[in-house]
Design a binder for this molecule. Structure first.
Ligand code: ADP
Length: 303
C-alpha cells in the first residue's frame, strides 16, 4: 500500500475532525500479526497513538461489521474493547478503506489475568442478547465476516440448525473442490446429523466468534481486551472450543470459566465439530495446508 499518498488526504481530514486542527501524524509503524488487513500504529504530534487498519475500498464493510461486533461486546459491559474513532474511505487513486481505533497500550498483566478474563468471558456469555437477535433465537442483526469470508447470521430458533445452515454448509460449499465424492457424501451425512452431534445450549450467548489467542490482547489496565470479533448469538461452547484450536489457553482459564459457567456434559465430543467450521474457513482462505485437519475431523464424526 502506498502509505504516503494515503495518509496525506482523507485520514488527515478525519483526524482533524476528531481531534482538532493542530493534529499531525508524526510517525507511522506497520503492525504485524493480523491475517486480513494492513495494520498501523500512528503517532500524533501530542505523543498519543492511534491504531489503524486498512483494506481495499470495496472492503469497507469489513470495518463496519467489525465495529458492530466491537460495539455489541462493549454493550455487555463485561470485557473491554477498543473505542471506534472512525471508519472511512480515502478518495485518491490509492482507494483504501480504513478504520481508526483507540490504540491498546499493553501493560503488565494483573496477577490473576486468566482467571479474571475467564470470569469476564463467562459474564459476556451470560449477558442479555435481546439487542442482537429476536428473543430465543440464534444469529445476529446483520451478516458479518470470519476473517475475510462472509458469515451468514440469519435468525434461527434452533442452535443446531443455525450451526448447520449458517456455519458448516456455506464453508463446505466454498471448499467443495477440495474433496472427492466419498468425502462429500460423508459431509452430507454430517450435515444431516448435526442435531445428533450438537446440543441446544441452556441459553443463547453473545460470542466473540473468532476467539483465538491473537484476538485477546492485554490493555493498559493489565486485563484482557477483545479485538477483531466475528460476533453472533450462539452456544458459548463454540467460543470455548475455538480457544482450544490453535494451542489452548492456560488451564486456569478453563477452571475459572467453569466456576461461573460449567460446560454442558460431553462438551469434548462437540468441540472438534465447532472447530471444523474454522478449519474449513482456513482451508477456504489460506489453502490446502488445512485439508488434513478437516478430513481428520470429518472422519472422526463420520468414519
Ligand atoms: P486483522 O483484521 O488483519 O486480523 P487484527 O485486528 O488481528 O488484524 O490486528 C492486527 C494486529 O494489530 C493484532 O495482532 C494486534 O496485535 C494489533 N492490534 C489490533 N487492534 C489493536 C489496537 N486497537 N491497538 C493496538 N494494537 C492492536
Amino acid at each position: 500500500m502506498q502509505t504516503n499518498t494515503f495518509f496525506s488526504t482523507s485520514l488527515e481530514k478525519t483526524l482533524v475532525s476528531i481531534l482538532g486542527n493542530s493534529v499531525k501524524i508524526i510517525d507511522i509503524n506497520r503492525i504485524t500479526g493480523g491475517d486480513i488487513n494492513d495494520a498501523f500504529e500512528l503517532t500524533l504530534n501530542d505523543g498519543s497513538q492511534l491504531f489503524m487498519k486498512c483494506n481495499k475500498k470495496d472492503n469497507i464493510s469489513f470495518f463496519h461489521t467489525e465495529a458492530a461486533g466491537l460495539k455489541a461486546i462493549a454493550q455487555t459491559n463485561t470485557i473491554r474493547t477498543p473505542h471506534i474513532l472512525s471508519i472511512g474511505t480515502e478518495d485518491s487513486s490509492v482507494g483504501c478503506s480504513f478504520m481508526l481505533l483507540e490504540f491498546i497500550k499493553e501493560k503488565r498483566r494483573i496477577s490473576n489475568y486468566w482467571e479474571t478474563f475467564a470470569h469476564q468471558l463467562a459474564a459476556m456469555h451470560q449477558a442479555p442478547i435481546e439487542n442482537f437477535v429476536p428473543a430465543g433465537s440464534y444469529g445476529f442483526m446483520e451478516n458479518n465476516y470470519i476473517g475475510a469470508s462472509p458469515q451468514i447470521n440469519s435468525a434461527h430458533q434452533s442452535w443446531t440448525s443455525f450451526f448447520r445452515d449458517c456455519r458448516l454448509e456455506p464453508q463446505l460449499k466454498a471448499a467443495e473442490h477440495y474433496f472427492h465424492a466419498n468425502d462429500l457424501k460423508k459431509f452430507i451425512r454430517l450435515l444431516d446429523q448435526t442435531d445428533y452431534f450438537l446440543k441446544e445450549p441452556e441459553h443463547p450467548s453473545l460470542l466473540h466468534g473468532d476467539l483465538w489467542s491473537g484476538n485477546v490482547i492485554t490493555g493498559n489496565d493489565g486485563r484482557a481486551w477483545l479485538i477483531d470479533p466475528a460476533v453472533y448469538v450462539g452456544h458459548a461452547e463454540a467460543d470455548i472450543a475455538m480457544t482450544e484450536l490453535f494451542g489452548r489457553f492456560p488451564q486456569t482459564f478453563y477452571e475459572a470459566y467453569q466456576e461461573v459457567s460449567p460446560l454442558q456434559p460431553e462438551y469434548e465430543r462437540r468441540r472438534d465439530l465447532y472447530n471444523l467450521y474454522h478449519l474449513l474457513n482456513h482451508l477456504n482462505l489460506f489453502g490446502a495446508a488445512y485439508l488434513a485437519s478437516v478430513k481428520r475431523i470429518l472422519g472422526k464424526y463420520i468414519p
